[in-house]
Write a protein that binds this ligand. Structure first.
Ligand code: AHR
Length: 500
């Protein structure tokens, strides 16, 4: 089988957005506690942060981290997590039926984010709270000094404001499971009022209104339209959330999950633009794809109802295999392809909870399979995203109809001159020879590095006992002559090639 594409350095979609490589830390399960924070662990630093997790976070190439939820945030009181630890209350977390000890709060998270070298994307509670509490947390984190809450932050040890620019106006309020669930009308009015108030405090903020929690929601489309009719002028982004899993043994559809993500983004862009047109607005609303990943959600839904209220229980610690990593690589291709409108994205989540990084309490941290396509894409995607039209065989799927066998996207760094190609072969039986025509680039390009994630056992995983079972291997390069690069994409594989 063969596939081909012609790359043109002038066919630019948009710049590669560094915020595409975002992640998500929720107070859920063991993401925070025994994930990134574990005082007493042999590798914990003076703040109780696991230095192995910090190092892996930097290696992953994460640029921005959404915090503190998620469903959790819709019942969260931010002020529970500030001040002396001994005085902090233990609270019920209704979202995850857990006890929140509040040992970690915004001050600790800001310190962690500094060490991890990531930007903070802060989500306010618009489930059980409203405009005033959003203004309060903003005053605490961003107001320089001289007011009650900014002085409280300074008294708590942070002389300088955190300068958080990117704010989520609540989380998944379209979902009936959400504490404080709202209709689109109710939420649209609240999001607009909160956005306007926050902007009066600090005009330069970037504000994200909640879109649908998935494109399968019955209110999908109508929700975005109604919310934006109220909040169009006041916000900059609408969010998308999507989780994928192999359902009923249908691997072919699962491997083509990016087709669904493409469709989701295109639908939300069309909806936002149609509201903009009706409002006669010149402004464009961008997409913050601030929760996406593979999540075996059907297993989670099938669990026994919770009766206990544990602290940091093991929740949705999915163990990812090779096929999952290929899907994650494919989803990153979709996000990059939409860089004209998807200008922020967060893989959910960072540690332990459906995460690229796994830890054991008191034990090691390791890279799940999905770590690798994320880390390599974050490292190699530079400069501009190029329109990457592919000539590829197709196959039939139950969920998405006829889909491309090979999917790919390329980036070009005008400064370094590097070209990077990211490609997946969704086929389950045959390798595909991919030919990339580079004749439109000046000078001779050579392959600087080329990585492929594939395995004879597509169900292979990385575990505590075998943490390096699945790692990227050198891509099988056939040739780079006559200005055409030829590589082999094994079945169920993800590859990244950097040319310089
Ligand atoms: O990431 C896990 C959960 O998925 C988040 O808390 C919620 O926003 C989404 O439904």
């Amino acid at each position: 089988l063969t596939a081909s594409c012609v790359l043109d350095p002038t066919a630019v979609v948009a710049p590669v957005r560094r915020r595409t490589f975002g992640s998500f830390v929720e107070h859920m399960g063991r993401c925070v506690y025994t994930g990134l924070y574990e005082p007493g662990h042999p590798l914990a630093d003076e703040d109780g942060f696991r230095t192995d997790v910090l190092a892996l976070t930097r290696e992953l190439g994460v640029t921005v981290v959404r915090y503190p939820g998620g469903n959790f945030v819709s019942g969260y009181r931010w002020e529970d997590g500030i001040g002396p630890r001994e005085g902090r209350p233990r609270r019920r977390d209704l979202a995850w039926h857990s006890i929140e000890t509040n040992e970690m709060g915004i001050d600790e998270f800001a310190r962690w984010a500094g060490k991890a070298e990531v930007e903070i994307m802060y989500a306010v509670n618009l489930g059980t709270r409203g405009v005033q509490e959003a203004l309060d947390v903003h005053e605490y984190v961003n107001h320089p000094a001289g007011t009650a809450l900014s002085e409280l932050r300074r008294a708590n040890g942070a002389a300088e404001p955190y300068g958080i620019r990117l704010w989520c106006l609540g989380n998944e309020l379209d979902g009936p499971w959400q504490t404080g669930h709202k209709t689109a009308q109710e939420y649209g009015l609240l999001a607009a009022a909160t956005a306007r108030a926050l902007r009066s405090a600090e005009p330069g903020l970037e504000l994200v209104a909640c879109g649908s929690s998935s494109s399968a929601m019955p209110t999908f489309g109508a929700w975005e339209a109604t919310v934006l009719e109220h909040a169009y002028d006041a916000v900059d982004y609408v969010s998308c959330h999507a989780y994928y899993e192999e359902l009923g043994g249908d691997l072919g559809s699962f491997l083509a999950s990016a087709v669904d993500m493409d469709h989701f983004v295109d639908s939300v862009v069309a909806t936002a633009d149609s509201v903009g047109a009706r409002l006669r607005s010149k402004k464009k609303i961008n997409i913050s794809f601030d929760e996406w990943n593979v999540w075996y959600m059907s297993r989670f839904m099938a669990r026994e109802p919770d009766s206990e209220w544990p602290v940091a229980p093991r929740l949705i610690e999915d163990e990812y295999n090779v096929a999952d990593a290929v899907v994650v690589g494919g989803l990153l291709i979709s996000l990059l392809r939409h860089s004209d409108r998807v200008t922020a994205a967060c893989q959910a989540q960072l540690v332990n909870v459906i995460a690229p990084i796994r830890t054991e309490p008191g034990g090691p941290a390791w890279r799940q399979t999905i770590f690798h396509p994320f880390a390599k894409t974050a490292a190699l995607a530079r400069g501009s995203v190029l329109r990457t039209g592919l000539d590829t065989p197709t196959y039939e799927t139950a969920r998405h109809g006829e889909v491309s066998l090979v999917d790919a996207v390329a980036t070009h760094d005008g400064h370094g001159g590097d070209v990077a190609v990211f490609a997946v072969n969704r086929g389950q039986s045959d390798p595909v020879e991919l030919a990339v025509d580079l004749r439109l680039f000046d000078g001779d390009l050579r392959v600087a590095e080329a990585w492929t994630l594939a395995d004879d056992d597509i169900r292979a995983t990385n575990t505590h006992d075998e943490p390096e079972r699945v790692v990227p291997q050198p891509t099988r390069l056939l040739s780079l002559d006559g200005r055409t690069l030829r590589v082999v994409l094994p079945p169920v594989s993800w590859s990244a090639i950097r040319l310089t």
